[in-house]
Design a protein around this ligand. Structure first.
Ligand code: BG6
Length: 510
C-alpha cells in the first residue's frame, strides 16, 4: 500500500530507544523500499544539536549495530537526507509552536499537507505535559481533510490502574482513540503473530485447545541480562509492571482468545478484551499463594562475577523491587474454566528465551508407562517466541527393541528452515502498521486498563504486606525454587528451556 507523504516526529530522539530500535527499524524499512516515497524524520529532544550533528549521531548508532555490518554509504545518505532535528524544551509551549513551524517547512518541501506521526520515546513522566502542549499548538489535528495525525505511545503506559486511566483521559482530551497507538513491541514479533495463525489456520490444534484437553499453559519470558543502565527506571517498576502487565498478558490473550469472525483490528481486539474481562480477579489476600517474587543476588557465572540487583547503579541498597515474578492466573469462561495459566519472567536467568508451553492432559488410561508421573506423560506444544524461533511438539514413542519401553521425543519446526533472508523486527512491523493505519497489534484503551486492573491487587499486596518474601536467587539461575510450587500438580514443574528450542532442563548448553 502506497503511503502519502508523511513526517515522523520522534520525541526523545537523542535517547536510547531511538538509537537502538527506531532508527535501525526505519532504516531497514527504507532499505526494503517500504517507507513512503516522501518521508521526513524530525528528531525532537532536549540535547542541543543541529540536523547535521543528528545525522552523524545516528550514523554512529547504525555503524555500531550488528545488523548493519557494512554500511552502504550511498543508501545511508539517501536515508540521512530524510533526517532533521529540532532541540526541544518539552515543558515549554513555545517549543511546540517552533515544532509546528518546522513541520510546515517540511510540508512545503513536498508541496503537500503531510501526514504526521508523533512518537513518544520520552520518559512517561513527561507524557502529559507533552500531550497538552501538542494540543495547544494544534498539532493533534491533521493538516488537511485527506491527511492523518497519529501518536505512538511507548510503554510503560501508566504505573498503576489510576495513572493509566489518568493518562488515557489526558490523551483523549486532544486525540481520538483512532489516533492513539499504544505500542507493545511483543505484538510486533513475527512469532507472536504466528500464535493466531497456528491456532486459527490449522484444523488440528483448535479442537484440542480447551479445558478438556489442556492441563495448563506456561508463558515464560526469561532474560539473561540484568537491568543494565536502567536502575533508576527499573527500581520504580519491577518485573510485574515492566513485563507482566503488558507483554505477558498480551501473549495470554492471544493463546486464550476465541476465534474472531474476521481479521479486522477491532474484531481481534474485542476478543482480547473478552479474555481480560474473564480473568478471575486476584484478591490481595491471595497474592502470597498465587505469586512468587524474587531478586537476583551476586554470583559467578562462567567465571564472570555478576552483581546482585541491589549493587546495581541507581538501585536502593535495600530495594524490594522484584527482578523475577511467577504467577498463576485463571480465565473464568467455558473454554478455560479451571485451567491454570502460569506467567513467569525475570532478569539474570540462565538464558534469554520467550515461549509458550501448552501442556496437554495425559491419556485417561495408561497402557504404557512413560514415566512415574503426569509431568512425564503429558504432550507439550511449545510455541517459541525467541530465540531459535519455531514450534515443538513433544510426544511419547516406543523405544526400538524388545518390550514396550517409551521415550519422549519431539517434532520441531524452526524459522531458520524457511527461505527468508531475515525476519522483520517488531518495530519495523509496528511502525509500518501505524503508517498504514492498522491498529490490530496495538493496545486499546480498555485493554491497557484491564491489564492494570488485573495486576493492581498484586501491586497493592507488594506494597502493603511486608511479609510477602522477596526471594533471593543467584544471578544466572532460574529464579526462586519455590516458583515450582505454584504449579498445581504435584511432581510437575515449569519447563526450563534452553537457548535452542528442542532441549530443556538438564540437557541445556547455555
Ligand atoms: C521491554 C522491557 O519492554 O522488554 C525490558 O522494558 C525488557 O526490561 C524488554 O528487557 C524485553 O524485550 P525482548 O524483545 O528483548 O524480549
Amino acid at each position: 500500500m502506497e503511503i502519502s507523504p508523511s513526517i515522523m516526529v520522534i520525541f526523545g530522539a537523542s535517547g536510547d530507544l531511538t538509537q537502538r530500535m527506531l532508527i535501525p527499524s526505519l532504516y531497514k524499512l527504507h532499505l526494503r523500499g517500504l517507507l513512503p516515497k516522501e518521508f521526513s524524520i524530525l528528531g525532537f529532544a532536549r540535547t542541543e544539536m543541529n540536523s547535521d550533528e543528528f545525522r552523524d549521531f545516528l550514523k554512529k548508532a547504525i555503524q555500531g549495530n550488528k545488523d548493519f555490518k557494512d554500511l552502504d554509504e550511498a543508501k545511508w545518505k539517501d536515508f540521512a537526507d530524510k533526517l532533521n532535528y529540532l532541540a526541544a524544551d518539552f515543558d515549554n509551549p513555545e517549543s511546540y509552536h517552533e515544532l509546528r513551524r518546522t513541520i510546515r517547512e517540511l510540508d512545503a518541501k513536498t508541496k503537500a499537507c503531510d501526514n504526521l506521526l508523533i512518537y513518544f520515546a520520552i520518559p512517561p513522566t513527561a507524557y502529559k505535559k507533552a500531550v497538552d502542549n501538542l494540543g495547544i499548538a494544534g498539532l493533534n489535528v491533521p493538516c488537511g481533510p485527506d491527511s492523518w495525525t497519529r501518536i505512538i505511545v511507548e510503554k510503560p503506559f501508566g504505573n498503576d490502574l489510576e495513572s493509566a486511566k489518568d493518562l488515557n483521559a489526558h490523551l483523549a482530551k486532544y486525540f481520538t482513540e483512532y489516533q492513539i497507538y499504544r505500542i507493545d513491541h511483543y505484538q510486533g514479533k513475527e512469532t507472536v503473530q504466528n500464535i493466531l495463525v497456528t491456532r486459527f489456520s490449522n484444523g488440528i490444534f483448535e479442537p484440542l485447545w480447551n479445558r478438556n484437553y489442556i492441563h495448563h499453559v506456561e508463558i515464560t519470558a526469561a532474560e539473561s541480562i540484568g537491568i543494565e543502565n536502567r536502575g533508576g527506571y527499573y527500581d520504580q517498576t519491577g518485573a510485574l509492571r515492566d513485563m507482566v502487565q503488558n507483554h505477558l498478558m498480551q501473549l495470554m490473550c492471544l493463546v486464550a482468545m476465541e476465534p474472531p469472525s474476521s481479521f479486522r483490528s477491532n474484531f481481534i481486539r474485542n476478543e482480547s478484551m473478552k479474555v481480560l474481562q474473564s480473568l478471575k480477579p486476584m484478591k490481595e489476600a491471595d497474592v502470597p499463594k498465587c505469586v512468587i517474587r524474587g531478586q537476583y543476588t551476586e554470583s559467578i557465572v562462567k567465571g564472570e562475577q555478576l552483581k546482585g540487583y541491589r549493587q546495581e547503579k541507581d538501585v536502593k541498597p535495600r530495594s524490594k523491587t522484584e527482578t523475577f515474578i511467577a504467577m498463576k492466573a485463571y480465565i473464568d469462561n467455558w473454554r478455560w474454566e479451571g485451567v491454570p495459566f502460569y506467567l513467569r519472567t525475570g532478569k539474570r536467568l540462565p538464558t534469554r528465551v520467550s515461549e509458550i508451553v501448552i501442556r496437554f492432559k495425559p491419556t485417561p488410561h495408561k497402557l504404557f508407562t512413560l514415566g512415574e508421573n503426569i509431568a512425564q506423560t503429558s504432550n507439550q506444544l511449545i510455541l517459541r517466541i525467541q530465540p531459535d524461533e519455531g514450534i515443538l511438539l513433544k510426544f511419547g514413542m516406543k523405544k526400538p527393541g524388545e518390550g514396550f519401553e517409551l521415550e519422549n521425543v519431539g517434532m520441531d519446526f524452526h524459522y531458520t528452515d524457511l527461505k527468508f533472508e531475515s525476519i522483520p523486527t517488531a518495530y519495523e512491523r509496528l511502525l509500518l502498521d501505524c503508517m498504514i493505519g492498522d491498529s490490530t497489534l496495538f493496545v486499546r484503551q480498555d485493554a491497557v486498563e484491564a491489564c492494570w486492573e488485573f495486576v493492581q491487587p498484586v501491586i497493592n499486596a507488594f506494597e502493603n504486606n511486608k511479609k510477602i518474601p522477596v526471594h533471593g536467587y543467584p544471578a544466572g539461575s532460574w529464579g526462586p525454587k519455590n516458583a515450582d510450587d505454584l504449579i498445581v500438580e504435584k511432581d510437575m514443574k515449569w519447563r526450563y528451556p534452553c537457548k535452542n528450542l528442542t532441549n530443556d532442563d538438564t540437557y541445556c548448553e547455555l
